[in-house]
Design a binder for this molecule. Sequence first.
Ligand code: NIG
Ligand code: FE
Length: 425
Amino acid sequence: MGGTLLIKNIPELVTCSGFEAKAGPAMADLGIILNGAVFIEDGIINAVGTTDQLCKEKNAFTGKTIDATGKAVLPGFVDPHTHLVFAGYRPEEFARRLKGDSYLNILGRGGGILSTVQATRKASSERLVHTALERLDVFLSQGVTTVEGKSGYGLDLTTEIKQLAVMKTLNERHPVDIVPTFLGAHAVPEKYRGKTDDYVAYVADTVLPTVAEGNLAEFCDVFCEKNVFSVAQSRQLLEKARAVGLKIKLHADEMSTLGGAELAASLKAVSADHLLRASDQGIQQMARAGVVAVLLPLTAFCLREPYARARHIIDQGCPVALATDLNPGSAFTSSIPLVIALATLYMDMSTEETVTALTLNAAAAVGRAKQIGSIDVGKKADLMLLSFPSYRFLPYYTGANSVQMVIKKGYIAYHNRGKGEEDAC
Ligand code: NIG
Ligand code: FE
């Protein structure tokens, strides 16, 4: 190991400094250091300050140095909600939705998630690894250094375990870190049609304990939705998950106001995700319980549903994170630039809140705010250089990738050499 790296002359060093989720006005505080510098040792951030300070402190340093003149530096983005391990695609479903069919009706007819389940059961682990590695490359090129990944396209013991084992392999083979989540209750498989309680019992008694014993997941998630898993069924599974040592998150109040936000608050879940139709009361309870609201604008956009009420959720004091929800159905996209565009232009989030939502708060949504999500001494050296001198270019260069270089654990993991010559001033 033993690598050192000094990054200096950073016009805007956006530290996002903090070790827990930020709520309310704190979300707009990016901890910016002008003419900043960062010193990295053994993959960990060792010193942060102005270029003058650090150059004085490290005056004997002759190792690798990056001159970041003209390039803002930010923490690596964290994507806290993805379904990146899957086989098969569903373009015909997208076409049907364009004609007015609904996401839940397609699922109810045995399509949607269930068609991806068929394809994922048939796919070899090697195939799943190969396609997910390509998806991770796309994430990395957009500045993402950690992603959460869910199972949920197996809905049986063998395939759920296969998906989680694939994530373990990805962690070994790709610089982007993956936080694995068990989502056995993503849909009711054909075999259990009309017998949801039996399926919940199967997941709780057979699949969950095997996942926990094999140390295959950090989180358990449930698709708590009308005609999928009820609040009571979701509670039953999540309580069991907690009992076997998993942390909790859930797909909540996406298509209907079911009480998912209230459930997340009462279970003190780490996050509740989607929340397009969360009630005022549910949001208040989440704020009180410190549950991170993970908002997924790409899903609302692709399903032509109303966006989650980001402004209201932030004003109520709930920490907000943003994620892509990359999956082959409701949002076949991993575009961080589009997340940023929608959050700022359509969800009334400030650029500063959007940056916090993709860094520190996203890290908190995967239980890692103490290790990643900001440029603070002692954290993993996961950061990015933009092609521009300010984070303000992120929404302004609309829908396009502003990332020029990504440093992962102190090493250059991505470098777009073709860009960055722009004279942005
Ligand atoms: O977060 N809503 C449930 N799960 C995913 C979609 C999964 C799929 O359609 O394959 C979501 O939107
Ligand atoms: Fe999802």
